[in-house]
Design a protein around this ligand. Structure first.
Ligand code: F6R
Length: 242
């Protein structure tokens, strides 16, 4: 695993942005794997800024997002579709039909999981996948104990994950209890992976990632089985691993 330690989240976001812009410049038809949450917002801001300066052209780029809440339609303010529209898509020249996110309102969720895995097979796998990490080591919504052998599937969200995400909702009761997520096996299909971690809140998870064993009890440890992972981590998140 390549490790880049930055002073702060701003520098982390700039580094991640420049990796993604280089990818798009090298291959204008790149497939980008994207994540939601608070960690990548700075990266998306940098990408939008870069786009306004002509650093990259998204006309022929395709994106595949990791996950979506079950029960939230694409127009729900807290859906990950809305998140992506607000934080990136509507600010660059990406074509809506080239952006893929699981449908959390599909009537048959199992079928939706199979359909989404086919999207990953047919459109992807991503040339590069952006990831955040949960305090409990989750990636996507693969919670501790998830099999490393899963593709896109429906998950019950851990209480800790619902609590962590409650800040985006009016109350914890409004946080969905399930999500559709790419599985660990789906995520590892990406050609390159960039994992971001920022702030003290993530420091124990980064310590465990870098010093612990590979175990399904700590989903992010599966990334050690991939041969092209770059961890970009700020000093606060790196403090116990340093
Ligand atoms: C989001 C996702 C999650 C987040 C993780 C960290 O699409 O898949 O795994 O990356 O929960 O979230 P933040 O960045 O909000 O700390």
């Amino acid at each position: 695993m390549n490790i880049i330690v930055t002073e702060n989240k701003k520098e982390l976001s700039q580094k991640a942005c420049s990796i993604f812009e280089s990818q798009v410049r090298d291959n204008p038809k790149s497939v980008l794997g994207l994540a939601t949450g608070s960690t990548p917002t700075g990266t998306y801001e940098e990408l939008i800024e870069g786009y306004s300066h002509g650093n990259a052209d998204y006309e022929n780029v395709k994106t595949i997002n990791l996950d979506e809440y079950v029960g939230l339609g694409g127009d729900h303010p807290q859906s990950y579709r809305t998140f992506m529209e607000e934080n990136l898509f509507r600010h660059v020249n990406i074509q809506q039909e080239n952006t893929f996110i699981p449908d959390g309102t599909a009537s048959e969720l199992q079928k939706e999981c199979l359909r989404y895995e086919e999207v990953i097979e047919n459109i992807g796998p991503p040339d590069i996948q952006l990831l955040g990490i949960g305090e409990n080591g989750h990636i996507g919504f693969n919670e501790p104990g998830s099999s490393f052998d899963t593709e896109t599937h429906v998950v019950e969200l851990a209480a800790s994950t619902r609590e962590a995400n409650a800040r985006f909702f009016d109350s914890i009761e409004d946080v969905p209890k399930q999500a559709v997520t790419m599985g660990i096996r789906s995520i590892l299909k990406s050609k390159r992976i960039v994992l971001l971690a920022s702030g003290e809140r993530k420091a124990r998870a980064i310590e465990q990632l870098l010093t612990g064993e590979i175990t399904e009890d700590f989903p992010a440890s599966a990334l050690k089985r991939h041969d092209d992972v770059t961890l970009i981590v700020d000093k606060e998140a790196y403090q116990y691993a340093a």
